[in-house]
Ligand binder design. Structure first.
Ligand SMILES: NC(=O)c1ccc[n+]([C@@H]2O[C@H](COP(=O)([O-])OP(=O)(O)OC[C@H]3O[C@@H](n4cnc5c(N)ncnc54)[C@H](OP(=O)(O)O)[C@@H]3O)[C@@H](O)[C@H]2O)c1
Length: 245
């Protein structure tokens, strides 16, 4: 039976992932901003077969509270077999360009908070010599684009951090999974006009569940984003800078 720490558990992608673990009878420690939302997810997971679900309310920009969060999760679960890190915000690029506080706040929530949490968690996983650390990054981190480079910077930095962490923890039999979704129809993108590249969060959640179970390293989801990003990464800079992407 798996014991799973879910950070940013109110994320729709996270919810669609952990439902599958609930059906397997997993035990959860859910972390999120809103107690009401956490309660709804707790009830849903229990109906779906979860053995036990604990919740913990925290604004994850409070880096000073991360150690206490992880300590409480450890005390509650006894052991952490897997962690899913899923919190984040989609940066308003235009607003960030005009205000350094917004830029730094976005880098904090989308990158530094993950670094802080993973630095604490990595040592636990390294010591126990097993487990899965799954973190949602984004295809947006594969190349800086004028239309979203603040968010893209956070995602790119997160992906590099995870790459290094994977290289370190592989020696301790620990899997580090970097999830790179393309556009997904969730509350985060609710205000954006949809196009055929958007995916159903249920499809994304199932793919993350499968990737965590099979201990994969990198998951582009849906799969075709791997090819789209391969093309985008390989456009020469002198051409790329003339495009409006
Ligand atoms: N949707 C996409 O197209 C897409 C594409 C690529 C990558 N991603 C990544 O996927 C992850 C999940 O996003 P999603 O699409 O599932 O959107 P979502 O449903 O809006 O989830 C984002 C979650 O982050 C939480 N959050 C934001 N700030 C927080 C804070 N300071 N402390 C604690 N929790 C905080 C939100 O909590 P509240 O709801 O309570 O505010 C929300 O539950 C994010 O990392 C996102 O960057 C999404």
């Amino acid at each position: 039976m798996l014991k799973i720490l879910v950070i940013g558990a109110t994320s729709l992608i996270a919810q669609e992932t952990i439902r599958h673990f609930a059906a397997d009878g997993a035990e959860f420690f859910l972390v999120g901003l809103s107690a009401d939302k956490l309660k709804m997810i707790q009830d849903d997971l229990l109906v779906r077969g979860a053995k036990q679900v604990s919740t913990y309310e925290l604004d994850l920009t409070r880096l000073d509270k991360h150690q206490e969060l992880v300590d409480t999760a450890m005390e509650t679960l006894g052991v952490i077999d897997a962690v899913l890190v899923a919190h984040g915000t989609l940066t308003d690029q235009k607003a960030a360009e005009q205000n350094v506080d917004i830029t730094l706040r976005e880098l904090n929530i989308n990158f530094l908070s993950a670094v802080s949490l993973l630095t604490i968690l990595a040592n636990i996983f390294e010591e126990q010599k097993r487990g899965v650390i799954a973190v949602i990054s984004s295809v947006a981190g594969d190349r800086g684009r004028g239309s979203n480079y603040v968010y893209g910077t956070a995602m790119g930095a997160k992906s590099i951090f995870l790459q290094g962490l994977r290289n370190r923890l592989a020696k301790s039999n620990v899997t580090v999974l970097t999830v790179k979704p393309g556009f997904v129809d969730t509350p985060m993108t609710a205000h954006l006009k949809k196009n055929p590249l958007y995916s159903d969060p249920r499809r994304v959640g199932k793919a993350i569940y499968d990737a965590m179970k099979s201990e994969r390293d990198i998951l582009y989801v849906p799969f075709f984003w791997m090819f789209i990003m391969m093309i985008i990464r390989n456009i020469p800079e002198r051409i790329f800078k003339k495009l409006s992407l």
